[in-house]
Ligand binder design. Structure first.
Ligand SMILES: [Zn+2]
Length: 95
C-alpha cells in the first residue's frame, strides 16, 4: 500500500467511525443493542484505521512513520522528500 492509499484508507475508516458514533448516539436510545453494536463497529473501524496508519503511513524514501499531520503532509518531515510523486515536481525534486 502506498502512502497515498494508506492516507485515504485511514481517513475513510476514521470518518466511518465518527459517522457510526454520531448515528449511534443520535439515532438510538441509551442501552439499545443497536447503539452498542454501532459503538463496537466504530471502535473496530477506528482501530483498523490506526493499524493502517501505523503500518503504511510512512515515507517511501526513508521509511519514517508519519502520524502527526499525515493527512495533509506532502513532504517527509525527516528527509524532506515528496511523499507523493505528484508533488515531487512542485517541490523541485528530480527523479
Ligand atoms: Zn523521508
Amino acid at each position: 500500500m502506498t502512502f497515498k492509499q494508506a492516507k485515504i484508507v485511514t481517513l475513510i475508516l476514521i470518518l466511518l467511525a465518527v459517522a457510526l458514533c454520531v448515528v449511534g448516539l443520535a439515532g438510538f436510545e441509551k442501552g439499545s443493542a443497536t447503539r452498542d453494536q454501532l459503538g463496537y463497529i466504530a471502535a473496530g473501524a477506528f482501530a483498523v484505521g490506526l493499524v493502517v496508519m501505523f503500518l503504511w503511513c510512512k515515507c517511501p524514501h526513508c521509511g519514517r512513520r508519519i502520524f502527526r499531520g499525515a493527512l495533509l503532509a506532502v513532504k517527509c518531515p525527516g528527509c524532506g522528500k515528496a511523499l507523493d510523486p505528484k508533488y515531487a515536481k512542485r517541490l523541485g525534486e528530480k527523479k
